[in-house]
Design a binder for this molecule. Structure first.
Ligand code: MTE
Ligand code: MO
Length: 336
């Protein structure tokens, strides 16, 4: 099954990126829509719900084309999930904190697929958006991604709402894929085609960009690549921030958010490389980020660097540097 060859009008055309909030501004559990990250590689197709449809084809017994009224026949569901951009695909090792936490509303991909009868040999889901253009000098007929079919559980949605409102054009109106627990790049916006296949999709956003080198235990590259799918453990310190003046001898609260595809089991706060404080981490609800909080009483005046480090339930932890999920550090000033 070929990828679609798009020609929808784009406004704007070309890269569109917004990262409105720095870590210390992530004060709300649910990020307001106007403060969420926006990442469009090729531009924003302007689609109408009345003329939108998605084709479901490939290794299915009954290929279908669903329009908006047909999609709305499926049970509606909502899911709160952390939404994180993996960062610039040309700089895969740069630490990035492009993140928000939102409530998606839509229809389960599993329900839609069940209505089409997936073939037993289908192993991957290819998904395509209505956007097209040129990225890094390469001509793209349609933005396309893939994911393993076994990843499609209760939580993967054909989303139509963010925080209870219809999607904005830049977030994928009228319908986008949402794969909670995967980096944002996999959640294809302006969805127009879903293809079930035995192999991985061949487009540049799956084979060229968004692949990380697999390293061995000593940190050496093995020559193998791994798709940028599951979100690795990560955390941000919301407070205190660089502006906060703390006082020696007075207890301060260090708090922030932590998240990972599999959930976070523990967060520690490094204090100036001298001591480590364990934070209390709330249990994970749904696929939302988890709040952590620790109390720390600065002992003496000066500048101290705080460093939050999250560990997932699988034991994976955050690297010190050189990775998108590198430890977040904040220098705070302690007065006498
Ligand atoms: N069709 C399409 N889907 C896309 C993209 C895109 O450029 N085109 N960008 C991806 C990337 S890199 C991210 S991080 C998320 C961002 O979603 P948002 O802009 O709604 O926050 O959408 C993903 N889905
Ligand atoms: Mo992204």
């Amino acid at each position: 099954m070929n990828p679609p060859s798009n020609r929808a009008a784009l406004d704007p055309a070309g890269l569109l990126r917004a990262i409105p909030l720095a870590p210390h501004q992530l004060t709300e559990r649910i990020t307001p829509v106007h403060d969420t990250i926006v990442l469009c590689h090729l531009g924003v197709p302007r689609l109408a719900a009345a003329s939108w449809s998605v084709a479901i084809n490939g290794l299915v017994a009954a290929p279908r084309t669903l329009d908006f009224p047909a999609l709305r026949q499926f049970p509606f569901t909502t899911i709160e999930a952390v939404h994180q951009c993996a960062g610039n695909p040309l700089e895969p090792h740069a630490p990035t904190r492009r993140v928000c936490n939102v409530a998606w509303g839509g229809y389960r991909l599993a329900d839609v697929l069940a209505a089409c009868g997936p073939a037993p040999e289908a192993r991957f889901i290819w998904s395509y958006g209505a956007d097209w253009g040129v990225f890094e000098g390469i001509s793209i007929d349609a933005y396309g991604k893939d994911l393993p079919i076994e990843r499609v559980g209760e939580d993967v949605l054909l989303a139509v709402e963010m925080n209870g409102a219809p999607l904005r054009p830049e977030n994928g109106f009228p319908v986008r894929l949402v794969v909670p627990g995967y980096y944002g790049t996999n959640s294809v916006k302006w969805l127009t085609q879903i293809t079930l296949a035995a192999d991985r999709a061949a487009g540049p956003f799956t084979t060229c960009w968004y692949n990380d080198p697999v390293r061995d235990g000593a940190g050496r590259a093995t020559g193998r690549l791994r798709p940028v799918w599951n979100v690795a453990p990560q955390s941000v310190i919301v407070a205190p921030d660089v502006q906060t003046r703390l006082t020696a001898g007075e207890p301060a609260v260090v708090w922030g958010w932590a998240w990972a595809d599999g959930g976070i089991a523990a967060v520690t706060i490094g204090i100036g490389g001298e001591s480590i404080v364990g934070a209390a981490v709330e249990p994970r609800r749904s696929r939302a980020w988890q709040r952590f909080e620790a109390s720390w009483t600065p002992g003496r005046p000066g500048t101290v660097e705080l460093a939050a480090c999250a560990t997932g339930y699988d034991g994976e932890t955050q690297p010190a540097d050189g990775a998108r999920n590198a430890i977040h550090r904040v220098s705070v000033t302690v007065a006498e």
